[in-house]
Ligand binder design. Structure first.
Ligand code: PMT
Length: 402
C-alpha cells in the first residue's frame, strides 16, 4: 500500500476523535495520508494531532497556500488515489450533493477525479431526515461510495444508527479496495454477460420493449473485465459505451439474444443474465406500417425462448447466474427461479424500491444461493453491486475447485 495516497477530509462532529485513530491506522497500513479539516472539525481536535499522526501538513484554509508553486486544493485533489470523508456530516453531504464549494474540504472534493468515499456520522434522526436521504441518493448516483454508519450509543444520548464506522473496519475496506484492484480473480475465465432490453417488432415503426437501460449489465461487464476475465457482453439496444476490454455483441430481439448466448455457452465458464428479455413477442410482424383503423386493435403474442432455462438444462460445470426483477414476492419468485432455471445464483431486485431496478444508477439486490442462503445488500451504485457479485462468483469458483 506504500504508493497509495489517501486524502482524509475531516468534517465537524464528535466522531472527529475517531478520525484521528483512522489516520493512525491508515498510516500504519502503509498509506500516505494527508488531512484536510473544516473549521467545525477544528473545534473538536486541533490540526496538530492529525499532523503528528499523518506526518504531513494539515490543510484547512483555502487561501493559505503553503507552496507558492502550487494551488493547494487542486494539488491535493490530483494527489489523491482515494478521498475519504470521515466523519461526513449532514452539512458536507448537502454541500457536495449540491455542488457547493466554500471551504478547503468542499473545493477539493469538487476538484478531484479520484474515487470519493463518505462515512457519515450524525444523530439518528438527522440520518433519517428526507433531505439527508435525498442528498445521499444524489451522491450515490454521482458515484460516491458510502460506508454506512453503525448502530449503537450516540454522543447525543440516542441509541440508533449514526456512529462512524470503526477506524479498523474502514482501514480494512480501503486495504481490500486496493488489493482487489491489484488482483485478477477471474483471469483465464470466459464470461458471457447479457444486458439491456430486447425489442419485439410489431411493424417497421413500432415495437414492444421495457425500461432496462443496460447500466446493471454494463457495470458487471466492466468489473468482470477488471477482474481479468475474457468478457463478451451480449447487449440489447442501449445508449452506453462499451466498457474497456469487453467484446460487445449487439442484438435487438429475444431470439437474437438466445442465439448469441446459447452458441457461446459450451465455451464459457460463467454466464450472467442481467438483461430484461421479452417473455412474449407478437405472433405476426408486419413488414409494412400498420394503418390505424376504427375500433380496438388486438395483438396476439407468443412466448419467446427462455434463455436462462435453456442454459440451465444444458449446464455442465459453468456457473450460471440469473436476475429476478419483481414487484411482489421477491423471495418466493427468486427461489423458484433458482430451481426451475437450475441457476447457481439469482440476483433479485425489488423494482418498486426507490433507487432499485430499471434505469437508476443504483440498485438494491439480494443474492439468493442454492443452499438457501440469502444475502441482502444495501442501496449502492450498480458498480458496487457488480463488485459484490464478482466477489460471490470468486467464492463459488473456489468452492467448485475444492
Ligand atoms: O438495465 P438496468 O436499467 O440497469 O436495470 C437492471 C435490471 C432491472 C434490468 C436488472 O437488475 C434485472 O433485474 N434484470 C433481469 C430482468 C428480468 O427480465 O427479470 P425476469 O424476472 O423477467 O427474468 C428472470 C431471468 O430470466 C433474468 O435473468 C432474465 O435475463 C432471464 N430471461 C428472461 C426471459 C427470457 N425469455 N429469457 C431469459 O433468459
Amino acid at each position: 500500500m506504500n504508493s497509495k495516497n489517501i486524502l482524509l477530509c475531516v468534517t465537524g462532529g464528535i466522531a472527529v476523535y475517531k478520525a484521528v485513530a483512522l489516520t493512525s491506522k491508515l498510516s500504519q497500513a502503509g498509506f500516505n495520508v494527508k488531512v484536510i479539516m473544516t473549521d467545525s472539525a477544528m473545534e473538536f481536535v486541533t490540526p496538530l494531532t492529525f499532523q503528528a499522526m499523518s506526518r504531513n501538513d494539515v490543510f484547512y484554509d483555502t487561501f493559505d497556500e503553503k507552496d507558492s508553486s502550487k494551488i493547494a486544493h487542486i494539488d491535493l485533489a490530483d494527489w489523491a488515489d482515494l478521498v475519504l470523508v470521515a466523519p461526513a456530516t449532514a452539512n458536507v453531504l448537502g454541500k457536495l450533493a449540491n455542488g457547493i464549494a466554500d471551504d478547503m474540504v468542499t473545493t477539493t472534493l469538487l476538484a478531484t477525479t479520484a474515487e470519493v468515499w463518505a462515512a457519515p456520522a450524525m444523530n439518528v434522526h438527522m440520518y433519517d431526515h428526507p433531505a439527508v436521504k435525498k442528498n445521499i441518493q444524489t451522491l450515490h448516483e454521482m458515484g460516491v461510495r458510502f460506508i454506512e454508519p453503525s448502530e449503537g450509543f450516540l454522543a447525543c444520548g440516542y441509541v440508533g444508527k449514526g456512529r462512524l464506522e470503526e477506524p479498523e473496519k474502514i482501514t480494512d475496506l480501503v486495504i481490500s479496495h486496493f488489493s482487489k484492484s491489484q488482483s485478477r480473480p477471474l483471469a483465464g475465465k470466459k464470461v458471457v454477460i447479457t444486458a439491456g432490453p430486447t425489442r419485439e417488432q410489431l411493424d417497421p415503426v413500432r415495437f414492444f420493449t421495457n425500461h432496462s437501460s443496460g447500466k446493471m449489465g454494463y457495470a458487471i461487464a466492466a468489473k468482470a473485465a477488471e477482474a481479468g476475465a475474457d468478457v463478451t457482453l451480449v447487449s440489447g439496444p442501449v445508449n452506453l459505451t462499451a466498457p474497456a476490454g469487453v467484446t460487445v455483441v449487439n442484438v435487438i430481439t429475444a431470439q437474437e439474444m438466445y442465439e448469441e448466448v446459447v452458441s457461446r455457452f459450451d465455451d464459457s465458464d460463467i454466464v450472467i443474465k442481467s438483461a430484461a428479455v421479452a417473455d412474449y413477442r407478437p405472433v405476426f410482424t408486419s413488414d409494412r406500417k400498420m394503418k390505424k383503423q376504427d375500433g380496438t386493435l388486438t395483438v396476439e403474442f407468443e412466448r419467446t425462448k427462455d434463455i436462462l432455462k435453456t442454459l440451465g438444462e444444458r449446464k455442465k460445470d459453468q456457473i450460471l447466474i440469473g436476475f429476478a426483477a419483481e414487484t411482489d414476492n421477491l423471495e418466493e419468485y427468486a427461489k423458484k427461479k433458482l430451481t426451475v432455471k437450475n441457476a447457481d445464483l439469482i440476483v433479485g431486485n425489488d423494482i418498486t424500491a426507490e433507487g432499485a431496478g430499471f434505469g437508476t444508477e443504483t440498485n438494491i439486490v439480494t443474492i439468493f444461493h442454492r443452499n438457501g442462503e440469502m444475502q441482502p445488500l444495501p442501496l449502492q451504485s450498480k458498480s458496487d453491486v457488480a463488485d459484490a457479485l464478482i466477489a460471490e462468483i470468486t467464492r463459488l469458483i473456489k468452492e467448485h475447485q475444492e
